[in-house]
Design a protein around this ligand. Structure first.
Ligand SMILES: [Fe+2]
Length: 381
């Protein structure tokens, strides 16, 4: 643990009642930086490359995105909420994830960030214009921090259903008919990344972008070696923020795991899921309710096997909730729902996975045989 990080004076020990059984032990990572360069306000969008933008647009519309802008070489996708687009897909030779873009709270933050990292503030290639600083995180992902000139206006919403509870009858003389149509995505919620250099990457996001940890997870029996997964949120002070905007875990590979998009309620998740199923898409895991973050979730594969999540009803924490600590396990991923699938856990021994493991065990990184075994055990427990 770095000596420069301490618990802030206003950090409460509220996690026991909120989201986790236990807090940090003495000397463990406090989950925040004492003096970060800036504090980003949110995840802005994710950048991908794909060879076939028409095919990408068909899935995007079926999943519930709307098109913010489309050119020969770029597809910008958005949700109904006002703000920035959720995703840009650029035409490229292969299907690959490029990296995340985070939203700076103010324009001046870009100057501060550029000075501290020895980079430049450049024009952001986004509809409506803006400025951006381009960085590289310790895992090797290009990370952009952006300040957009124009906000996208809000679009019409899918209305949450009016529910009757017990004797609380809000709906009478009216039927319940959730439309069998794509869920309407409201906004991008979070991205999950796998990395071989988890500790270095974690500290980089805390020190550089001012993010703070909501929950740590460690390998059973290896807690003294530190966490191997973190659910990380934006520090908006007293304004509550999503439980996680970024989640990262140690693994043999470096790459995108999934990204999650908010829809209005459980019926939107379920009816939108039926729509995807009818269209022949593959559900990876769902429907259930998570533990860390508490979201109702449903995971799907796009035609290039990228995993995307519909979620609703996630936890929101202000800056004064300190990190929870729990062992990593497959059964600990959900409060209810079907068991986590092999597909979701990435448990299939694909040729790429085998190459990742060999490279990770040979290379200079944080993976070693004990941790690999611990990760395999976690996937089965
Ligand atoms: Fe998720």
């Amino acid at each position: 643990m770095s000596e420069t990080r301490v618990h802030g004076p206003d950090v409460k020990t509220a996690h026991q009642d909120l989201h986790s059984e236990q807090g940090a032990l003495r000397g463990e990572h406090p989950g925040r930086s004492r003096n970060p360069v800036i504090k980003v306000a949110d995840l802005a969008w994710l950048e991908f490359e794909k060879p076939d933008l028409d095919r990408a647009e068909i899935f995007a519309r079926d999943f519930g995105f709307q098109v913010a802008a489309r050119t020969e070489s770029e597809l910008w996708l958005r949700g109904t909420f006002a703000g920035t687009p959720c995703m840009v897909i650029r035409r490229g030779r292969t299907s690959r994830f490029i990296g995340p873009a985070f939203r700076a709270a103010e324009r001046a933050d870009l100057d501060r960030l550029a000075r501290a990292t020895g980079s430049d503030v450049r024009d952001a290639d986004v509809p409506g214009g803006g400025k951006a600083v381009g960085l590289l995180d310790p895992s090797g992902f290009p990370v952009r921090v952006v300040h957009c000139g124009e906000q996208l206006p809000a679009l019409p919403e899918q209305r949450p259903l009016l529910l009757n509870f017990g004797t609380d009858h809000r709906r009478t003389n009216a039927t319940q008919r959730p439309p069998r149509e794509p869920s309407r995505i409201q906004r991008l919620g979070h991205v999950v990344l796998e990395t071989r250099v988890f500790s270095r990457a974690l500290d980089w996001y805390l020190d550089t972008l001012g993010m703070i940890v909501s929950d740590f997870q460690f390998l059973d029996g290896q807690r003294e070696r530190g966490p191997v997964m973190a659910f990380i949120r934006c520090d908006l002070g007293s304004v509550p923020a999503d439980h996680h905007t970024l989640a990262m875990h140690l693994g043999p590979g470096t790459g995108y795991v999934h990204s999650a998009y908010q829809v209005t309620d459980l019926d939107s998740i379920a009816a939108g899921g039926e729509y995807l199923k009818e269209r022949g898409y593959q559900r990876s895991w769902g429907i259930g309710r998570h533990v860390q973050g508490s979201q109702l979730f449903d995971y799907w594969r796009d035609p290039d096997r990228f995993m995307l999540e519909h979620f609703a009803d996630g936890d929101l924490f202000s800056c004064d909730v300190e990190p929870g600590w729990a062992p990593l396990s497959a059964t600990g991923l959900a409060q209810w729902g079907p068991p986590a699938t092999r597909d979701f856990l990435g448990a299939g021994p694909s040729p790429q996975r085998v190459r990742d493991v060999v490279q990770a065990l040979r290379g200079d990184n944080e993976m070693d045989p004990a941790r690999l075994l611990g990760l395999l055990k976690a996937a089965k427990s």
